[in-house]
Write a protein that binds this ligand. Structure first.
Ligand code: NDP
Length: 472
């Protein structure tokens, strides 16, 4: 088993390099070798992860429960808890969910089997991720877009086939989603435990990432690139499950809305924007293999459980809400929201593209009609070798250091606004995304600062804001 020092790091996205990263530092702090205090470690390694692990199932169930039982009204939920008492309300809420509904289990496991088959069999060009400090260069089959298209076409065919031959609808998923959620809770938890154990007893290669703090390791993951029977675990949980179930649920909820009310513009505007975003994600999936989720976060509770349980629930909360609300926006508002969302999507894609373009061309390109402004930043590998990478300091990357997150947020807001403002519940994903991206920007800065040192300082002087000029 490799040392922790070698297994936790920041890595760049140009396939070449690696360096030490925050988790390495944290592991060193643990031993009291540097500056960590006992209280800080207690919070960071025990209380923080433990409270998240313990509270997430109830939090996600509360979102679903409010959506389905209280028409998305948090006030009505709170009133109900006041009326019946907290404990009774809590028990009542959990009693609405079954963990072992055979149909729910068959749907989840059947889908897993289907998507795993696609992951293994659908062809695609070979692409590489980011080289790890141990020299491992992760390889992927870039078949995400094809798998996505096949899955969505399959859902369409299944919907048509069930309706025509049996008078059934795929919206059965909507009807029993509580039980699907119940089983996903179990499935995701067992899977996270399995990954933790696997990292200890049968790691896939050298890219393990233990800190020695069991709860923290369970939460953040023990391996960066685990495989089970040759199947890449993170591609399965993040892309083939989470990111694919999301558009399927959006479509199913849209069909449900159509079955109940006919054409409802708010539902369609929100669905079109979400589907456009997810289609962009799969188009760009090879780029995702070099993102923080893959190169920095281990396969543990946070990422894998999150993708199996949180995405179908939290990310789809607005679509579930819209499906029973019958909100009419009118053509002008619909068109305005669509334009705002699609423009944000384009800007987000362009920002990610700009960075890749400048690096791929070693700065010899034209961006927005001008030669790009960049810093050629040097950094040192663990074996002492010196490398360099370009830090773009113009275009989107000259506005703020993570300006690409802003259009991502505006887009998420655009597909939520159709729910209007009667209830706050549909905004739960948007609020979550704000927290996620602000936290992510901070983690990424920590990683880049360790990696690039004075070059990063120079970049922060040239581009002083993290996400939004004048604000943050
Ligand atoms: P970013 O796209 O922000 O990339 C961060 C990495 O880019 C850094 O680690 C660094 O890597 C490199 N980098 C930093 N500054 C520069 C620069 N000035 N010039 C060139 N390279 C630079 O990472 P994410 O993975 O967070 O985001 C990718 C996409 O995914 C975004 O569009 C984001 O909005 C989206 N996203 C969506 C989420 C969701 O749940 N909806 C969650 C998170 C992200 P290196 O080591 O190579 O230098």
């Amino acid at each position: 088993m490799v040392s922790r020092k070698l297994t936790e790091r920041g890595q760049n996205a140009d396939n070449e390099t690696t360096n030490k990263a925050p988790r390495t530092q944290q592991a060193q702090r643990k031993k009291g070798e540097s500056y960590g205090s006992w209280m800080r470690d207690l919070h960071h390694y025990y209380l923080g992860p433990l409270s998240i692990i313990a509270s997430m199932p109830t939090f996600f169930l509360l979102i679903f429960h409010t959506n389905r039982q209280f028409h998305g009204s948090i006030a009505a939920l709170v009133q109900h808890f006041e009326d019946v008492g907290l404990w009774t309300g809590y028990k009542e809420m959990w009693s609405t969910v079954s963990f072992f509904n055979p149909l729910a289990i068959a749907i989840v496991l059947g889908y897993c089997l289907f998507t795993l088959t696609l992951q293994v069999l659908v062809p695609g060009p070979k692409v590489t991720g980011t080289r790890t400090p141990t020299g491992h260069l992760p390889e992927y089959k870039d078949n995400g877009f094809r798998c996505y298209l096949i899955t969505m076409a399959g859902l369409g065919l299944l919907t048509f086939y069930l309706k025509r031959n049996f008078g059934l609808s795929t919206t059965i998923v909507y009807d029993i989603f509580g039980d699907i959620f119940g089983f996903l809770l179990l499935f995701g938890s067992v899977f996270a435990v399995l990954l933790y154990v696997k990292g200890h007893v049968a790691p896939s290669g050298t890219d393990t990432c233990f800190t020695g703090y069991r709860i923290y390791d369970f939460y953040v993951g023990t391996e960066l690139y685990p495989k089970i029977f040759g199947v890449d675990v993170k591609v399965f949980t993040n892309c083939r499950f989470g990111m694919t179930v999301w558009p399927m649920l959006v479509v199913i909820y849209t069909i449900k809305s159509y079955e109940m009310f006919g054409f409802v513009d708010s539902m369609w505007v929100s669905s079109i924007l979400q589907l456009a975003y997810i289609t962009k994600f799969f188009w760009w999936e090879a780029g995702y293999y070099r993102s923080i989720d893959i190169i920095l976060d281990g396969a543990g509770f946070m990422i894998c459980w999150g993708c199996l349980v949180a995405i179908p629930n939290l990310y789809c909360a607005v679509s579930l809400y819209l499906s029973y609300q019958n909100i009419h926006l009118g053509p002008i508002l619909s068109a305005a929201i669509l334009c705002l969302g699609l423009a944000s999507l384009g800007l987000n894609y362009y920002a990610d593209w700009e960075r890749q373009k400048v690096r791929a061309s070693d700065g010899n390109c034209i961006l927005m009609g001008k030669k790009p402004d960049f810093i050629r930043a040097k950094y040192t590998l663990e074996n002492g070798e010196t490398k360099s990478a370009l830090l773009l300091a113009s275009g989107m990357w000259g506005i703020a250091r993570h300006f690409n997150y802003i259009p991502e947020l505006v887009l998420a807001l655009s597909w939520t606004i159709p729910a209007l403002t009667t209830n706050l519940l549909p905004y739960v994903y948007f609020v979550f995304l704000n927290v996620l991206l602000a936290h992510r920007a901070t983690r990424d800065e920590e990683k880049c600062s360790i990696k690039y040192g004075t070059y990063w300082e120079e970049y922060t002087k040239r581009v002083p804001y993290k996400m939004l000029p004048g604000v943050f």
